[in-house]
Design a binder for this molecule. Structure first.
Ligand SMILES: Cc1cc2nc3c(=O)[nH]c(=O)nc-3n(C[C@H](O)[C@H](O)[C@H](O)COP(=O)(O)O)c2cc1C
Length: 342
């Protein structure tokens, strides 16, 4: 048995979080603007995941949000049993109120964002900014915990300085406050995604708590998956950008799915249909354009494909571009070119 086989069988094992069973150990990481309902439907057509996470939703807006018109707080009934809604907010009361709505709607769980380091979010006292006030961050978790009975997840990163002790202390506080599972992204906040994540810190967080810890950051192929599991002992993996590039990554890692020449063309076209199913054309085109760099990264000449695809203002133009690109049978690469989307 190779290491990859060993870890494939580990990935396939179910895990129970607050008494609720999750089919396997692979999560789609929350990604604003990318992990929307249309993309999640595409992922579900391939299957193979344990849980899907929505992109972050404002806790303040969420109690009044209408899923029919909201661009982000939108889902399919069928995905609710394995869908976790992520929220961001600066205070315990608004986070608790949002979590209650999420529970009422029937989501699997709620995920609290303590990881986003985008200036617009941090300026409002949300996301990774809360790691500067650990007591307040823990109070948010405690208030959400006492307000709902669904699983409560936290997603966080190392903090604002590269001091793993701060991360392990924060992890313990989250656990003590009642978090049921955590996703840890071992990067300091100003880093964004420019430097490699420090996976050894995932091992330290895992060691510090007894709730399940999912590792996140730069999981690009099955060797990365095996290595992270082996080096950190984490309970599962949360996959971000590579899942956008390869929506079948969950099926590939947990069920041995192998894409063929038609998979890429199908995926590009299917995404146009699914976006139009949920959004008006202008918004659908905008979302498609965010997807293009990730999609293009799967090709040897991804930069040029990306440029060709982006030259479109309507879905019809996009579809014409897609068909034109595939007329030339573009060569795919096993490991997508991350320069296109970092
Ligand atoms: C475009 C984009 C949007 C993201 N939005 C969110 C978000 O809404 N909430 C969150 O917790 N993390 C967000 N992230 C971070 C990812 O969840 C993940 O932590 C990060 O991309 C590292 O994982 P990866 O290397 O597998 O992509 C986002 C990342 C990207 C690239």
């Amino acid at each position: 048995m190779t290491d990859n086989d060993k870890y494939t069988s580990y990935i396939q094992q179910s895990i129970t979080i607050k008494g609720r069973k999750v089919a396997n150990r692979l999560f789609l990481a929350p990604m604003a603007g990318l992990g929307h309902v249309a993309f999640r439907e595409l992922v579900s057509e391939f299957g193979g995941y344990g849980l899907l996470f929505t992109g972050m939703c404002s806790a303040k807006a969420l109690p009044h949000e209408n899923p029919r018109v909201s661009p982000v707080f939108k889902w399919r009934e069928e995905e609710l049993p394995s869908l976790v809604c992520q929220i961001f907010g600066p205070d315990p009361a608004s986070m608790a109120a949002a979590a209650q709505r999420i529970e009422r709607e029937g989501f699997f769980g709620v995920d609290l964002n303590f990881g986003c380091s985008v200036a617009a979010i941090c300026k409002r006292g949300c996301g990774a900014e809360l790691l500067k006030t650990p007591a307040l961050a823990a109070e948010i978790v405690a208030r959400v915990r006492e307000s709902v009975s669904i699983p409560v997840f936290v997603k966080f990163r190392t903090g604002w300085e590269n001091n793993p002790t701060l991360a392990t202390d924060m992890a313990k506080r989250f656990e003590d406050a009642g978090a049921d599972a955590m996703v840890f992204h071992p990067r300091v906040a100003p880093d964004r995604r420019s430097r490699p994540p420090r996976w050894e810190q995932i091992a330290m967080v895992k060691e510090a708590v007894s709730i399940p810890v999912f590792g996140n950051g730069n999981l690009f192929d099955i060797n990365d998956a095996s290595t992270m599991l082996e080096q950190t002992g984490c309970d599962g993996l949360s996959i971000g950008r590579m899942a956008i590039a390869k929506p079948w990554i969950f099926a590939e890692w947990s069920q041995g799915f192998e894409p063929d020449a038609t998979t890429y063309h199908h995926m590009a076209t299917r995404m146009t249909e699914l976006l139009l199913k949920y959004h008006d054309e202008a918004f659908a085109v905008r979302l498609y354009k965010k997807f293009i760099p990730y999609f293009s990264a799967g090709f040897r000449f991804g930069h040029s494909i990306c440029k060709q695809l982006l030259k479109a203002d309507t879905m019809e133009n996009l579809r014409e571009n897609i068909d034109r690109v595939f007329e030339t049978n573009p060569e795919t690469v096993a490991r997508p070119n991350i320069n296109l989307f970092t």
